[in-house]
Design a protein. Sequence first.
Length: 613
Amino acid sequence: MPQTRRGFLKSLSRTALVLSLEDVLSLAAPAQMGPQAASPNSRQTFDVQPRSAKLLPSPVLGTPLGYSFIDVAKSSGLNAKTIYGGEHRNKYLLETTGCGVAFYDFDHDDWVDLFLVNGTRLEGFAAGQEPISRLFKNNRDGTFTDITVKSGMTRSGWGQGCCVGDYDNDGLDDLFVSYYGQNALYKNHGNGTFTDVTAKAGLLQKTTRWNTGCAFIDYDRDGQLDLFVANYIDFDLKTAPLPEAAGCAYKGVQVACGPPGLNGGKNLLYRNNGNGTFTDVSEKAGMTDTIGTYALSVTVADLDNDGWPDIYVANDSTAATFYRNQKNGTFKDEAIESGIAYSPDGKPQAGMGVSVGDYNRDGLLDIVKTNFAGDTDSLYQNLGDGNFEDHTYLSGLGVNTRFLGWGVGFFDPDNDGWPDLFMSNGHVYPEVDGTQIDSPYAEHKYLYRNLRDGQFEEVTSRAGNGITASVPARGCAFGDYDNDGDMDVVVNCVNALPQLLRCDRTNTNTFLKIRLIGTKSNRSGIGARLIVTALTDPGTKQPLRQIDEVRSGGSYFSQNDPRVHFGLGSATTADLAIEWPSGAKDNMKGLPVNKLYVIEEGGKVVRTVAMGK
């Protein structure tokens, strides 16, 4: 009896067979450049126009970008060094992962503030001198003020990731911080102060866990934000192997032992009870029934266009995990069947960071994942109905294998309406410095320009000193901190000051920025899908159409500006459609560009703010 591609791949997952590149290519479906067959409940997809029909001229290789990134962290007041493990030598893997960062508008004044997760060191610190995570308030003039002490968020420890969402629907976005050890949920009071409600919310853990990436998600669409927390390995400093005893080495250099051989951690899903507390439903929901383990970063998105949020997890040294929402309170790992578990030749990769975006503008969300040094990063094109195809080499991302990627994001720095790609890099082992190994510890970023034909051009060397400067980067987040209409980037580093990369744009492309407020849906609007349609050339009548979603978490352990940003080329107005998690739909016509719109479920514009230069 003939076997389907999905059925064959399911059988491979049971037998753990590794395919050759030729085998994988023979199984892959041909690239689909038009709308996909839709199930009755599926969302809209778009036609992908041929190059000749593009509204904007495609960039020519080597041409000016129209923007540059400048590191303004010091002049902006971001003067707190992130501490994480030994600076020159690490005993344990725990010292290598580093921290995330958040663009977080805690007071809803529509000037995004900053939260930088911090770590510690094995030897500890004297009382009162422990490093703590930092909250910086945006002064609306390009600078920030450190209000950490006032905020009450002065806990120290091995901080990992952070994510934002209004868990109690009081109109204020709250903050969750993951740790090696006990996580923390901070209730936001809106005035720069917070209360640690971890115990009250039922989030205390009975055992020491290595919690990593996190995201708020309304997985059952009941209007209450649930919480997903990835877990790396079961790790105990008392029993963890030392490099010299275990013989752990990287290219001949003794380094901290990696995860292979250690027990993988179990990912957690907490269901919101609607009364300020959560219940652990991990087992019942299917979180532990996966092929991959060693989870690091997580992103939440409707990847199969069925209106329900799915979860994708970047795992270290094993298959990635794709928790496909079964719409009944459970998830099923379909990463292998969907084509997003392994490399093109069927091998597990050391995944670090992950982001989603519709890079080819076909109405389907694609996936990008950063990986370890010596490997390419991964780009998976969404083919529809939960199927993907690896386009790493076809897109041009396969040119780089030297650096080790962490934070990553689809974003549009030139506002041309086509998502570009940014990756923060830094080696995991400080011991590589001063050796024959050609990958340094501090590394520059990668920046790729979208050529609008399914391919990217690496433009790192032309994008400014904020991109080319070498730093030991980890998490990064994307947002418009100065409200000038272009996307900036904040980068958390290891044992160094952070970077705040201000985008200085010279073109006149327009944009639209949206912040959502749910009523029947969760107040943060997390999970809502936005579809923007604009005419960049009224004479052609051919629309520039884009999708994105409001999401929590992502990149590497980080949180982007929750305001959704759309570059619009030369358009002067745009139409907006919103599909809320509740099932409600709002449509708004002819919105003037270069503005922020704060929109409440039901189509009410509660605030409009003119932005830009």
